[in-house]
Design a protein around this ligand. Sequence first.
Ligand SMILES: [Zn+2]
Length: 852
Amino acid sequence: MNPYRLPRTAVPSRYDIWLEPDLTTLTFRGTETVALDVVEPISDVTLNAVELTIESASLENDRGETIRATPTMDDTMERCRLTLGSPAAPGRWRLRLAFRGTLNDKLRGFYRSVYKEPTGVSRTMAATQFEATDARRAFPCWDEPSFKAVFAVTLAIDPALTAVSNTAIVGETRENGRKIVRFADTIKMSTYLVAFVVGELEATDATMIGRTPLRVWCVPGKKHLARFGQHIGAASLAFFEQYYGVPYPGDKLDLLAIPDFAAGAMENLGAITFRETALLVDETAASHAELERVADVVAHENAHMWFGDLVTMSWWNGIWLNEAFATFMEMLAVDAWKPEWQRWATFGVSRAAALSLDGLHSTRPIEFPVTSPRDADAMFDVLTYEKGASVLRMLEQYLGPDVFRAGVRDYLETHRLDNADTGDLWAALGRASQQPIPAVMDGWIFRPGHPVVTVSREGGELVLAQQRFNYLREPLPPAAPEPDQPWQVPVQLRVHGRSAVEERVLLTERQARRRLGEPGDVVVANAGGHGFYRVRYAPDLLEALLKRLDLLVPIERFNLVNDAWAMAVAGLMPLTAYVDLTARFREERDRNVWSVLTASFYAINRLVAPAERARLEALVRDRVAPAFAALGWTPRGGDDELTRQLRGDLARALGVLGNDAAVQARAAEIYAGSLKQRGSVDPNLLPAVIAVLAQAGDAGRYEEFLAAFRSAKTPQDEQRYLYALAAFRDPALLRQTLDRTINGEIRTQDAPFVVRSMLMSVYARELAWDFVKRQWDTMDGLYPKHAMRRLAEGVTGLATRELEADVQAFFAAKKPQFGGKVLAQYLEQLHVAVTLREREAAALSGYLSKLG
Ligand SMILES: [Zn+2]
């Protein structure tokens, strides 16, 4: 019996909720009637509630019986126990409750968001964020995903305001000077999906997708930024109806941009909430990366309307399936909408992030037993989203897309309006494919880590061998090494000999041999790039590949570089050999391959001593300059969107990491020109120009960027200048930025990420770490839940032995509660970096000095 689960002696089927928020006093009052099925005689009713005052409670039934109930709050368990004046017999009852609470500033439950109008006047709105377990802060409820019920919400609001909830409005009246807005019944769904937003809101005209009207909502003055979000919203909704073969489960779909929002977005059925950067964008002024983010997040949330909302995990251990699937579907939908974006190739970057975390001893299985909801909080990471989506993609490619889709449709049909588990999806996919899915998948889902597949040739035979990949030979104490069992690895091989041959091998044992090709042939393992494993080629095979990079598609080149970098970090390849390998990519023109190359240069930059930095800058210029010179500063007619984005990425790498004076000077000219004539610079280049100027900037530039941050006209513009404030080199300026993370100037939704980026900057990290140590408690008090976990990720950039010791000592004393293994992961990542530094520093120094 899990002590965190509510008893099922009384089960709710319907909530009639009436709420009256007051944006002036920042409080709310509410009443609710919950239809209950009492399954055995009870003398009390236990449900979730926290930070609420219950003013009255009673049970009644259709036979005219009324039982008074006395509430007792349990703040630790976030519960309310209602002791009944007399026992209630099994049957149907109605629980009536009256309560009140506060519109908090912690961006969870029913909370307030404060924003400035274009005129500079401050306004307040109220919004909700319930996942995982914060519905209980807005109304007393059975706040577990398996207690699905119908919700009928009524909001009593200031007549000047607008209210939005999960469903369409069915009635609007006036009573006692309030506007009473009544919403239609929802489908049977979980509490964490309920939402309501109240404020001065504007909406776009509706786009009709079949019978579903789709609108974008925002605070006044931003409606012109809604077009792009509405387009991908409409396209993905239509795509999902077709893919799932099940109609959209709501009666309308509203996408709402909220000025203060802790997460990226939240899939409330019919009323999806977003932080502004994830929904509102000026298409003509945004970079490809900024547009891609909006498209991704909107498609992701829409995918949840079926997968998560219509069919929901039974308990929080199932979060991974919810999120992994939505991430996978987001890729499919965006790829179908804009094939020229090559979304699955760019997904390599996300897969790489998951592989990187999953190479730690302190990684975790994708799915693990969750007892308390706090443990579930630690599931919202790259292992759930990106590793989860990667293994689903691997399975989809292995089974074939049509078979996979048939299994998904079967799953949704079988479990609609209900709850389901991982095993239910495997069963449905098994029915569709006639294959034993758990045998293939369980190793990937229920065991931590992933394999490295070593590929070598012995005469006419290719030898494939697998073992678990780890950056460190031994885990950090007190953890013990885990047994290394083989995975079932779908290995896609391609051999270029006289002709190209493809072969699929399900590697189930430690080693397999295949008669394939001849010595000297080019061999690609993980052909197509969908596999969630690393590949380590024998030296002769690696050299053959590097000579024929033209035979590889971009995702295969991406994986080649990314795996080589991982081998270097793990000590399976000398770092200097990796740096040498990067010279083979001077002619590279793919944006993603460049992203992994530059990410590795950033990581190396955090390892070199300040005295070595100039030499590393020269190396970066040597690698990047030829590709940038070939592209030039000015977009050409035939450039596609990815090429334009690559131009910006390379300019940034040269100007920041390469410290290239010519690039910095040109960036200053371009920026000055853009101020004179808005729109004169390609939107893909402008964010890079701003970043370059910050790195090279003085106090005057800082003031200029600070003013631009304050008066930004789009969420994207605001972000560019905000992060620029973290990227200066002058300590006095960096101190100013740090102060702004706790004095209210930077929103609490952004401040933790700004501090994190400073901890990762070689110019700011020591200052920032000092500041974090001193202000930890202040930040913890100010920022939303989970913010300190995100902020603390920055310590992985403090890659010296001395700083590592200081970080360990600080956390040993502070004992932060990040949930799960998060802290152990940060400490191991930091140790991986310090180990790499100490192992390779001398060799790298010699290598760099030889370059002159
Ligand atoms: Zn999601």
